[in-house]
Design a protein around this ligand. Structure first.
Ligand code: NAP
Ligand code: SF4
Length: 675
């Protein structure tokens, strides 16, 4: 008997039956733009082999003006169609099904040729769109329909028409961006004409035996968005126009509310989709922050949707569904919703991959193959770098022993997981623990290793991590000064007024840890909605709470300091930095750049400003926490070198600057793939 009777139940769409209720949601990986079609095909085929019911590709542009950025991929030529055939054939050979997303970005298109309902620039793009005339609108519809026909020709099982997230179609739906007075603007009947015409004409063009998913924005999270009455009406009209499935879109890209980041509670928006259930006859998909089979099963069994969309979890583990079906859910590599290797890469023009799975999108390049000669491998340090190296080596058939001086595995991940909003790191450490046992790695915790202890191994990997940097501030030895390790390990009491030295990733984490008390909003959906001001689209158009964000008062008064004069937090994750900054601002955390640390005494920390060390200021604080970055812990590596023992040094022990779990896991995995 399966643990997931709802998730693994087939879904009958008339002309086709999907094997389960799992959709791999659309992700822009950047793979199509590489034009390496074997690589694209392998990415999707791996997920098809892993048992997902239906996949949706990254957004394909219907025309040049609608592409998310200049040169965005789409089906424009016979050659494009032939290239996409490589992908669909490989997916079908693997027993999977795949739909192509058609994404017209409208005013979000990053280029001067962008078009929209009205000539109103978006707050997240420098390009004002051209207001389309009647012929222009007809051209956009025709291009989208042509794109769907070409998708069929390329062997896709269907298309997803992207009608949410504030893109082109969404821009016609709400008054916020549609000021037209012709038949495409004004009344809701007029504003929804565009999506209905697109779906109706697409159905006419592609025939009945082709899946049309319509992604509908159910809560816009921008002022003056759609009401839920409008959402229901649109969904019903979209069904009549010929869609097979309705998928849920949450929040416009310009919304200032996090919708998929790790601090968003799991399944945080399924209540929105549930409001549509029973209003339409076709299946409804829900999405956002669903990352385990348990959560997905709960969502379906509660009647919130007919199907569940997960996107990033399929970067973390291509075999998500197969492992769930085999009763081995605990071996699924968890997506921790960090965005560090997926969306942050996309927005930096890099190929997406995954922090926990460096093979994602690198399936044809990073091969983990069985070894021809088993070696005994000693790995020192059970943080993310050492764990990944140990796991990959063991997976390949090597005999691996993993040492750590601590009594638990995880290294720095154990500090991350106590931060409110980073609870997903618990799951990551649990997964590592499961895999270490599953792969038969010999684990020796509580062992301080010296150079001479490693003689018996064929290969030695040093992943001893980092030590805190000593900022050398006069007075830092006082009783009111703590290191971030003391604080996050809960070893020391912290006063009400706190100054944090260093505003990097850890400084921000420590601030987040210290301003919260009681339940983490990430584990309490109502509290989280209050904090960010998320109301109900049935009560307020767009779903913003009329009273705005109502954060709990901060547990402490915090000042976050750095020497650089730039805005603190500027270098945090590309797609998540704004959330960390906004979260701390909501808790009245003072951020100060451009300071010199003069001295610490019982009153607090004395700083001065600028190169001339002017304007001396006392920042009163009961506790000062040092988060001044880290240095490599190379003591064992150096001792081995002195003893003439060859070793591989990885992770923070190799390079401490800008270390994160993404680099550590990637480096550990890649090294072990070669041994
Ligand atoms: P970090 O991000 O490099 O920040 C170090 C901080 O210390 C900076 O604010 C720096 O600012 C300050 N600093 C450097 N040298 C100093 C000195 N001699 N005296 C006083 N202050 C000094 O390092 P981290 O905060 O330790 O984080 C370690 C790594 O983990 C980073 O790569 C970080 O990105 C990663 N991490 C990421 C996240 C995340 O959310 N993605 C969370 C936690 C950690 P000034 O030099 O301007 O003073
Ligand atoms: Fe999930 Fe982070 Fe991997 Fe992206 S990089 S898929 S958010 S774990």
């Amino acid at each position: 008997m399966t643990h997931y009777p709802n998730l693994l139940a087939p879904l009958d769409l008339g002309h086709v039956t999907l094997p389960n209720r799992v959709l791999m949601g659309s992700m822009h990986t950047g793979l199509e733009e590489t034009k390496d079609w074997n690589r694209v095909a392998e990415f999707y085929a791996a997920r098809a082999r892993g048992g997902v019911g239906l996949m949706v590709t990254g957004g394909m542009a219907p025309n040049r003006e609608g592409g998310v950025f200049p040169g965005a991929a789409g089906l424009f030529t016979a050659e494009d169609i032939a290239n996409h055939r490589v992908v669909t054939d490989r997916v079908h050979e693997a027993g999977g099904r795949i739909a192509m997303q058609i994404l017209h970005a409208g005013r979000y298109a990053y280029g001067p040729e962008c078009v929209s309902a009205s000539g109103i620039k978006s707050p997240i793009s420098p390009f004002p769109p051209k207001e389309l005339d009647e012929a222009g609108i007809e051209k956009q519809i025709a291009d989208i329909v042509t794109s769907a026909s070409r998708a069929r020709e390329a062997g896709y099982d269907g298309v997803e028409i992207m009608g949410s997230e504030g893109y082109f179609i969404n821009q016609f739906l709400v008054r916020h961006t549609n000021k037209r007075e012709d038949r495409w603007g004004g009344s809701y009947e007029n504003r929804m004409r565009l999506p209905i015409e697109i779906v109706r004409r697409t159905r006419e063009a592609v025939g009945e035996d082709f899946i049309i998913i319509y992604r509908l924005s159910m809560i816009d999270l921008v002022p003056d968005g759609s009401t839920f009455e409008e959402v229901i009406l649109l969904a019903q009209e979209i069904e009549k126009a010929g869609a097979s499935i309705i998928n849920t879109g949450i929040g416009w890209h310009e919304a200032r509310i996090p919708t998929i980041a790790t601090s968003v509670p799991r399944a945080a928006f399924t209540w929105v989709t549930k409001k549509l259930m029973g209003e339409v006859g076709i299946p409804v998909i829900t999405s956002n922050r669903i990352n385990t089979p348990e959560v997905a099963e709960d969502v379906l069994s509660s009647g919130a949707a007919d199907m569940v969309s997960m996107a990033r979890p399929f970067l973390a583990d291509a075999d998500f569904v197969a492992k769930a079906a085999a009763g081995k859910a605990e071996t699924i590599a968890p997506c921790i919703a960090c965005n560090q290797a997926c969306l942050d890469h996309t927005f930096s023009g890099k190929i997406s991959t995954c922090l926990v799975n460096p093979r994602a999108c690198f399936e044809t390049e990073l091969m983990i193959t069985p070894t021809e000669r088993q070696k005994s491998i000693g790995v020192v340090g059970a943080g993310p770098a050492g764990l990944s190296a140990a796991m990959t080596a063991a997976e390949r058939g090597h005999k691996v022993t993993l040492f750590d001086r601590a009594e638990e595995i995880g290294g720095q991940l154990n500090m991350a997981r106590v931060i409110p909003g980073k609870e997903e790191f618990h799951g990551l450490v649990d997964w590592f623990r499961t895999m270490v046992a599953d792969l038969g790695i010999t684990l020796e915790l509580g062992r301080e290793i010296a150079a001479g202890d490693l003689d018996a191994f064929d290969e030695v990997i040093i992943a001893t991590g980092v030590v805190p940097r000593d900022p050398g501030i006069p007075g830092q030895d006082g009783p009111n000064v703590l290191s971030y390790i003391d604080v996050l390990r809960g070893k020391a009491p912290v006063g009400d007024r706190v100054a944090i030295i260093g505003a990097g990733g850890i400084g921000f984490d420590v601030a987040e840890y210290l301003v919260h008390e009681g339940d983490s909003p990430t584990e309490d959906l109502d509290l989280w909605r209050e904090e960010w001001g998320i109301g109900d689209p049935s009560e307020t158009p767009g779903g913003l709470a009329p009273a705005g964000p109502q954060p709990e008062p901060p547990a402490r008064r915090i000042t976050l300091l750095q020497r650089k004069s730039e805005a603190p937090g500027k270098r945090l994750g590309k797609t998540t930095g704004w959330i960390h900054r906004a979260a701390l601002r909501m808790k009245d955390v003072k951020m100060m750049g451009g300071v010199n640390y003069e001295r610490i005494d019982a009153e607090g920390i004395h700083v001065s400003h600028g190169e001339a060390r002017e304007n001396p200021t006392l920042i009163e604080a009961d506790t000062i926490v040092l988060c001044a970055g880290q240095l490599s812990d190379r003591s064992l590596a150096d001792a081995l070198e002195t003893a003439g023992v060859n070793c591989h040094v990885i992770g923070g022990a190799d390079v401490a600057a800008e270390l994160d779990a993404k680099r550590a896991i990637n480096q550990g995995t890649r090294l072990a793939a070669t041994l």
